[in-house]
Design a binder for this molecule. Structure first.
Ligand SMILES: Nc1ncnc2c1ncn2[C@@H]1O[C@H](COP(=O)(O)OP(=O)(O)OP(=O)(O)O)[C@@H](O)[C@H]1O
Ligand SMILES: [Mg+2]
Length: 333
């Protein structure tokens, strides 16, 4: 597990397939997903609702509800180790110590009947071997790091006694207190109002940068992507359709879908008073079209796109796109 090289990948996901077996057929929620995250890097995973972002995250953590879900193919390598081959105990240990996840709704991961300070202290007590008194002090310190107002008092609160922003901070404190090598944050701020959202994201960014934590940040918000990420993987109907660095994504988006997502972003100084969104709906994952999954909504589609799903095309730089007719040139619209 040598990890001396800074550029080495903390997480490598290849060919991941997670399907749901239901009475309506097989929903291919994740259907051959590949991406990598380097140490200290923030990779954004973006796409419309239902494209498989959360199922990807849950698959990495081995938390997919089974049945009906099942990982039917692929590999998840974390610091050189194949996560999908690990037994339950080893997975649990990794989840507590080296990989943390922040869920969209903090109430799903905070225990409602335990004081927040106790829940945080557990991390320090069980994973770091501190005694309970030290653990509680560490918890207050960690809450303070997240800019929680009066942390020494807040450790005595139950989750329901906190505001949404405070709960989110408590969850970030919990996720980062074990100093994970990988943080998976699934829509970590959508439940918050815009100002608090900005604060929480900034905080996450600072803390992760200080510790060189690798982050997989799931969002459907291109504004969040612009502020937070180094690289981006765009997901559509269970597949990554484009991946590139943040500058290329905004300047030269090559997939018509990415272009559509970017068009729906409000822009400062833009003359339009209306936001364009992509027309049509994503396909049902149990009835995917024979060709490219985006073809029915794509303004550039040609006959070939209807026949067979496109493979990956490598463009200049580390820029991959799953399209027969990638858009070339700068996005000057
Ligand atoms: N428990 C389940 N049973 C059956 N199908 C499921 C289940 N969970 C997820 N799916 C399928 O997986 C697809 C992807 O779901 P997922 O939660 O990953 O979407 P998402 O990209 O995270 O969307 P959102 O932005 O709304 O959170 C769903 O559209 C659905 O078809
Ligand atoms: Mg989701």
């Amino acid at each position: 597990m040598g990890l001396n090289d800074n550029n080495q990948f903390i997480l490598k996901v290849s060919g991941l397939k997670t399907h749901f077996f239901t009475s309506e057929g097989v929903a291919k929620a994740v259907d051959g997903v590949d991406f990598k995250v380097k140490k200290g890097e923030v990779l954004g995973l973006v796409g419309e609702s239902g494209c498989g972002k959360s199922v990807t995250a849950l698959s990495i953590m081995q938390l997919v509800a089974s049945p009906p879900g099942k990982i039917v193919g692929g590999k998840v390598e974390f610091m050189g180790e194949d996560l999908l081959g690990l037994n339950f105990q080893k997975t649990r240990k990794l989840r507590g110590q080296k990989i943390s996840m922040i869920f969209q709704d903090p109430l799903t991961s905070l225990n409602p009947v335990l004081k927040v300070g106790y829940q945080l202290s557990e991390v320090f007590h069980y994973h770091k071997g501190f005694n309970w008194k030290q653990s509680l002090e560490e918890s207050a310190r960690m809450l303070k790091v997240t800019d929680m107002p009066s942390p020494e008092e807040r450790v005595k609160n139950f989750p329901h006694e906190m505001s949404g922003g405070m709960r989110q901070r408590a969850m970030i404190a919990m996720a980062l207190s074990c100093e994970p090598d990988l943080l998976i944050a699934d829509e970590p701020s959508t439940a918050l109002d815009v100002t608090v959202q900005a604060q929480v994201l900034k905080l996450m960014k600072t803390l992760c940068r200080e510790r060189e934590t690798a982050v997989l940040l799931i969002t459907h918000d291109m504004g969040v992507v612009a502020n937070m990420c180094n690289r981006v993987a765009v997901m559509y109907a269970g597949r990554i359709v484009e991946s590139t660095d943040i500058f290329t994504l905004f300047k030269n988006p090559a997939h018509p879908y990415t272009r559509g997502l970017l068009r729906s972003l409000p822009r400062l100084g833009a003359k339009r008073d209306r936001l364009d969104s992509i027309e049509g709906q994503p396909p049902q994952l149990n009835r995917l079209p024979a060709g490219c999954a985006f073809e029915p909504r794509c303004e550039y589609a040609k006959q070939r796109c209807k026949q067979e799903p496109p493979g990956i095309t490598h463009l200049r730089g580390e820029h991959d796109v799953r399209c027969y007719y990638p858009i070339q040139g700068a996005n000057n619209e």
